[in-house]
Design a protein around this ligand. Sequence first.
Ligand code: ADP
Length: 374
Amino acid sequence: MQKLFFLTNVSHELRTPLNAILGFSQLLRMDAKLNESCKQQVLKIEQAGRLLLDLVNDLIDLGRVESGKLQFNVEMIAIDPLIKDMLRIFQSMAEEKGIALTYQSDLSDIATVRADSARLRQVLTNLLSNAIKYNRPHGNITLVCQRCANKIRISVIDTGIGVPFHLQQRIFNSFDRLGREGGKIEGVGIGLSICKHITEAMGGNIGFNSIEGEGSTFWIEFPANQPVNNIMSHRDASLSREFSKPVLNTELHLLLVEDNEINQLLACAILEKIGYTVDVVENGAKAVEAVRNKAYDLVLMDCLMPVMDGYEATRIIRRNETGSGKHIPIIAMTANAMTSDREACLSAGMDDYLAKPIDFSQLESTLNRWLRKN
Ligand code: ADP
């Protein structure tokens, strides 16, 4: 437990330098002057940084689940759009490894479960990543959703290497890779332990069966709800907004609210590279002032800042907009990658959420989504 406490604290400290490593390597990779072999080397730095970031995030989560500090926002979630969204993300990853990913469901489009949407995504991300990682070349993955009595079961079935029977009772132990440490497949053995904690904390169950050399089925089960219309998570709602006409980036003025100098430098470099005009202020109070004095097209808002934080600034900006018919898109950019932080941003009046370290393509697509005119 003490070891975990130490790791969790160190992990928090690792996020800021990682932000710089990931951000600047993404930026460098786009530099036209860089030759192909340098680009490949920078790509390796970026990939290694990303692995490190996943590990850091997992360690932070493990620390929180084991100390009971993980917060959940359990609500009714429409299962079909969530699964389809996950499949979109994983389809290309599976294809890259020559693995076929298919979906079967006997649920209606509006079937719902009681769970925390972001945490459910996290569990499925882990199970699907493992199903890819531990698969064989040209293998298959089938994602199956079915109703079992008053529960909904989601199964991830792979045709991979499987788990030897005598090791199966250890599979949900933290830091246990069941003898795969030192092998070619990367990992630290905490993903499934986190999945078990999260699933059970949301009132669900997790289990698996496996035959060595043939494959594995990992499943999670949650209480089902009566079908309800119009249930959509915030993310799904924002994704389904219909935007049409693209506009030229240079016409658009963004306000970046960020107190950390390295993050300012990085975000500005990225935004200017995409072609936006950017003003920077270092706290929420200055952001309120800036928005009052200039008609910005969008605000990128850090959350924790001295003088006035991003939540308070957003609340004031929204209050000032009351009755004006205006609604400036405010996107949170924060190192706090927890679900509860996302909810706090949305309930303060922000429209969307980006976790730091900033992912270049995620930033670009989020901006495109909010800046294209109707
Ligand atoms: P990691 O993948 O980082 O090692 P996990 O906690 O996700 O950690 O998994 C623990 C161990 O369980 C893995 O090291 C692997 O030996 C085994 N395992 C997990 N998923 C699968 C799977 N789909 N097929 C075969 N083995 C698996």
